[in-house]
Design a protein around this ligand. Structure first.
Ligand code: GCV
Length: 657
């Protein structure tokens, strides 16, 4: 099947006079081999030049330097001479990608480049989670079918290699290939049925410096071997997992570990047996520890059978209530994987208060680049500005640097197994991500996980140049669209941090009361006078889960930021925000503005039509036509709902139905 090269194409920059250039490498191993292959591919494409390996003098040198981080690099390029140094072959590979990226972005020959740079990864773990099912479907997948699985078989082909190359090029070093909801055939991934193809996939991944991980079914001992229970404190269960782990690592040496969704949305877990999340996670951790395995244990544990009439139970509180008392009791090879917000990947949420509260536990932040709630890759919604705000949020942990970026990297409390992961947005569509512009989220997430200090606009600009070339109008137009897309989406979506208001189950399109009288714990509590959830002490008390002064900042209306005010407070429609507008007028204005910005994306794309490849243009065009219309639908449904509820007209007298 034909598919795009995304940001990793090497179109010719100039033709070099010399047909060959010498390259020398001090690194051995499969990853070093990929690094040299990539350099070769790059120089062949960019300059029509073949690289010849030598043991002697060479213009390009890959040098081992123990003082440099094994996944970091230092590059010194000086008019035709270039040295890439690293502590290991993996850092050398990243250095190669960085050099080729620089050459493309600057559009120069090696002779034209004078550049020195150094990089050390911000996060030890930089992962992608795929929610791919073994029948080939993808839970919350918006870009075709799985390229890992089909009809309960594992696919290992050219696309596996290209995927790993793309992921490695932005610094990804771990990939979970199967859905956290592990059912039927996927339970058997840890069995003879699949070791052989998994081994092949793992070899490919490993050659790009990526560790393979698998999601496992907590009830595997029952489903695979008829054990009567899956109680983590039962010796039969412990023994089963120990034997299973030995078998798995014998067949898949180098496997990263297991990802577990337990006691969540109908999935089994330790709670079934009256055990804690730590008892559940540690039992698995002990089984995989002899092989260097890790347990990624998700904190997405909440009561999904809530009565909507119950205003005291608050889903937002759940992860903290369950996990904070267990701080310090998890094994070193357990990593708590925590969604960025306390609810579920909404367009705006506060940061989960577990960050900054857990101190003696490894943590990893889970983002979602699959745009489940942010337009499902039919709307353009570039998420890096949002992730960057999350990473910048200071969680006010006493005595340590405690921006989310510091916490999840492990720096704040000296934890080792930490990092960032994202639910991935790829599938077997020709362009990998359905919307061509959605690939910026894949690229951007990897870049940001490797270097949390990067500017999202800079990442967007880079991605546009690498994907569509450096023509200034293209770069400007597409970068602007990307940068305006998340704020626009937020404007025409649920207002002021309240979230949801989507059609149940599919999570696409507006339905203000879609979840309001349901069991999922996601309510806006709107009536004719006001809207919002009181999470102060008088309400659910959720605010109190934050460290001071953040707790008071959110609890106090004077200081609570506008964009989150309905997440934390129930307010009358006539309440005046810090912006000077009433809540109701804010709702009307942002919805008109958001839909207008979305509509403008189409005209702006049309303005650069002749500068884009026809197929990519057509794909983007079709999606932007839809987005413009669909944003109007959002605008009109939300505005009409609140006009009808409140009876308050728009100050500007625009049409509301
Ligand atoms: C994989 C949300 C999604 C589910 C997803 C779940 C999770 O609820 O809608 O599809 O399941 O999150 O993160 O486990």
């Amino acid at each position: 099947m034909k598919y795009t090269k995304c940001w990793l194409d090497y179109p010719q920059i100039c033709r070099e006079e010399k047909d060959t250039r010498l390259v020398f490498s001090e690194f051995n191993g499969a990853v070093a081999e990929k690094a040299l292959e990539e350099l070769t591919r790059g120089f062949r494409g960019l300059y029509g030049q073949e690289l010849k390996r030598t043991e002697g003098e060479a213009a390009l040198r890959l040098v081992r330097r123990e003082s440099i981080h094994p996944e970091g690099y230092r590059i010194a390029a000086n008019h035709g001479q270039c040295r890439i140094e690293s502590g290991s072959e993996q850092g050398a590979l990243y250095g190669v990608f960085a050099l080729l990226r620089k050459l493309r972005l600057e559009n120069v020959s090696l002779e034209g480049l004078s550049w020195e740079t150094e990089a050390t990864p911000s996060n030890p773990l930089r992962m992608l989670n795929h929610w791919d099912n073994m029948d080939g479907s993808i839970e919350r997948g918006y870009s075709g079918k799985s390229f890992f699985f089909e009809k309960e078989q594992i696919l290992v082909n050219e696309r596996t290699e290209d995927y790993a190359r793309l992921a490695a090029s932005v610094g990804i070093n771990g990939v979970v290939i199967n859905n956290v909801n592990v059912r039927s055939a996927a339970t058997w991934l840890i069995s003879d049925r699949y070791y052989k193809p998994l081994g092949e996939m793992q070899r490919i991944f490993a050659s790009w410096g990526i560790r393979l991980y698998l999601s496992v079914n907590y009830c595997a001992p029952m489903e695979m071997d008829n054990l009567p229970l899956a109680d983590p404190c039962d010796s039969r269960v412990q023994e089963w997992w120990k034997k299973k782990a030995a078998e798995v690592w014998e067949n898949l040496p180098g496997l990263g570990g297991f990802l577990v969704k337990a006691d969540s949305e109908g999935r089994p877990g330790p709670f079934t047996y009256g055990r804690t999340q730590a008892e559940g996670a540690n039992m698995l951790a002990d089984a995989v520890a002899p092989f260097g395995g890790k347990i990624l244990w998700r904190c997405f544990v909440y009561n999904c059978r809530q009565d909507w009439r119950d205003t005291k139970t608050d889903r937002a509180r759940a992860a903290y209530d369950y996990f904070l008392p267990l701080d310090g009791s998890f094994r070193d090879n357990v990593i708590l994987q925590i969604k960025n917000g306390p609810m579920d990947f909404q367009v705006r949420e506060p940061v989960t208060p577990l960050f900054g509260a857990l101190k003696k536990t490894n943590t990893m932040i889970e983002f979602q680049i699959a745009q489940e709630y942010t337009g499902q890759q039919r709307h353009v919604c570039y998420l890096m500005p949002w992730f960057r705000q999350v990473l910048e949020q200071d969680m006010c942990a006493p005595g340590v640097p405690s921006r989310v970026a510091d916490l999840v990297s492990g720096r704040s409390f000296g934890n080792k197994n930490c990092g960032m992961t994202a639910v991935c947005n790829t599938g077997n569509d020709e362009n990998w991500t359905g919307h061509d512009l959605a690939a910026a989220n894949w690229y951007g997430f990897g870049r940001q996980a490797y270097d949390t200090e990067l500017d999202p606009a800079e990442i967007a600009r880079e991605w546009v140049k690498l994907t569509f070339g450096g023509e200034p109008r293209v770069v400007q137009t597409l970068t602007d669209i990307l940068m305006e897309s998340w704020p626009a989406y937020e404007k025409y979506n649920a207002p002021l941090g309240i979230g949801w208001m989507v059609n149940p189950h599919e999570h696409y399109g507006p339905s203000v009361d879609g979840y309001e009288y349901d069991r999922w714990g996601t309510y806006h509590r709107a009536d004719w006078k006001g809207i919002g959830v009181d999470r102060t002490e008088k309400g659910t008390g959720y605010c109190g889960q934050y460290n001071e002064p953040l707790a008071s900042c959110y609890a106090n209306l004077e200081t609570c930021p506008d964009e989150l005010v309905l997440f934390f407070h129930h307010l009358p429609y006539t309440y005046v925000l810090k912006s000077g507008k009433t809540v109701i007028q804010h709702i009307y204005d942002t919805h008109f503005e958001g839909a207008e910005i979305a509509a403008s994306f189409l005209e702006r794309l049309e303005g650069i039509r002749e500068l884009l490849p026809e197929d990519a243009y057509n794909r983007m065009h079709a999606r932007l036509v839809h987005q413009g219309e669909h944003a109007k639908e959002w605008r009109d449904v939300i505005n009409s709902y609140f006009y009808r509820k409140s009876g308050i007209p728009d100050a500007q007298g625009r049409t509301i139905y």
